[in-house]
Write a protein that binds this ligand. Structure first.
Ligand SMILES: CC(C)(COP(=O)(O)OP(=O)(O)OC[C@H]1O[C@@H](n2cnc3c(N)ncnc32)[C@H](O)[C@@H]1OP(=O)(O)O)[C@@H](O)C(=O)NCCC(=O)NCCS
Length: 151
């Protein structure tokens, strides 16, 4: 079951992230993260399409006491702008609340269009890590930390 989810998440990850930015994780990183306690992999209930029944998206988060970090979120390029990413983040808020989480945060590459999604869901920027994302093709890019309080 979890192996099947990791397979699907890796397929989405490889299709979703532009390799130029060094944001995607490899399989080893994902498997190692899932060995840690309180790490949650959630697959979208929506399939990629009628000819592909695999999940269209996934998210990975980790909760520590009353905080939760959204570590990864991705939606397959063939299934974008249909509300799947938004539904995943809203699911995170619901699930996190059941874990007594008070604040959700995430780190995003400066300039990632996902910022529009995060801001529309109530996230605000709280910090910047200079040159956090590095690849051998581009100059280092800052990471922006966003946070959102849960009611
Ligand atoms: C970010 C991502 C998960 C969004 O998934 P999605 O299912 O397409 O997002 P949604 O359809 O739920 O978007 C909801 C709203 O967010 C905003 N939004 C989402 N993607 C956007 C984009 N690329 N540009 C501008 N606004 C965007 C829009 O307001 C959108 O509503 P609209 O389509 O009615 O205008 C997807 O683009 C992705 O996988 N990107 C690559 C991986 C990545 O960068 N992940 C984030 C790492 S921090």
């Amino acid at each position: 079951m979890i192996r099947d989810q990791i397979d699907q998440a890796m397929a989405i990850m490889e299709a979703a992230f532009d390799p130029a930015f060094g944001e995607a994780w490899n399989r080893r990183q994902l498997e190692d993260a899932l060995l840690m306690p309180n790490t949650h992999l959630v697959m979208s209930e929506t399939p990629i399409g009628s000819d592909d029944p695999n999940s269209a998206g996934f998210m990975l988060s980790r909760s520590v006491l009353d905080e939760e970090e959204l570590l990864l979120i991705a939606v397959h390029p063939d299934a974008r702008r249909k509300g799947i990413g938004k539904a995943l983040v809203q699911r995170l808020f619901t699930d996190a609340a059941t874990r007594q989480v008070k604040r959700v945060f995430l780190e995003m590459r400066d300039g990632n269009p996902a910022e529009t999604l995060y801001r529309s869901l109530g996230f605000s920027p709280i910090g910047r890590r200079r040159g956090y994302y590095r690849s051998n093709r581009l100059s280092p890019i800052d990471a922006i930390t966003f946070s959102r309080e849960l009611a």
